[in-house]
Design a protein around this ligand. Sequence first.
Ligand SMILES: *[C@@H]1O[C@H](CO)[C@@H](O)[C@H](O)[C@H]1NC(C)=O
Ligand SMILES: [Cu+2]
Length: 140
Amino acid sequence: MLLKAVFVVLIPFVLAADHPVAVGENGGLTFDPTQVFADVGDTVTFTFISKNHTTTTTTFSGAVCPPPVGGVGPNGWDSGFLAVVGTDTPQFVYTVVDTAPHFAACMQGAGSHCRAGMTFALNPTADMTYDQFNLNAMNS
Ligand SMILES: *[C@@H]1O[C@H](CO)[C@@H](O)[C@H](O)[C@H]1NC(C)=O
Ligand SMILES: [Cu+2]
């Protein structure tokens, strides 16, 4: 005799959040906001509003600028150059896969944007703050 058991699996209802980040607002060398705190499964959507920039992971200290092609990992990212042409505002979406801090900057201008403070942090910590990272970038 075959017993069939029916299991009702209750899947926890978890909504992943999206964290929007504007790149190059008002023609500036900026990410807005400069830092985001996100959970695994959330997304960070970078919207490129002016000129021609990247969001690319780099080291917290040392040779911060420019970030290397492909970005610093593990689980880093590199949007590549995304230029605003006409009314097109390109987007780059990163899905958060770990809880580690990630530090990113724009690689445009051989590091000049990065050294000007075009920097961004995902899940910075008390030991590795956005402000310290940005100082490291400006001094690199
Ligand atoms: C964006 O910048 C990169 C690097 O300077 C350059 O190679 C590329 O041609 C630029 N793209 C546009 C559309 O200007
Ligand atoms: Cu830039």
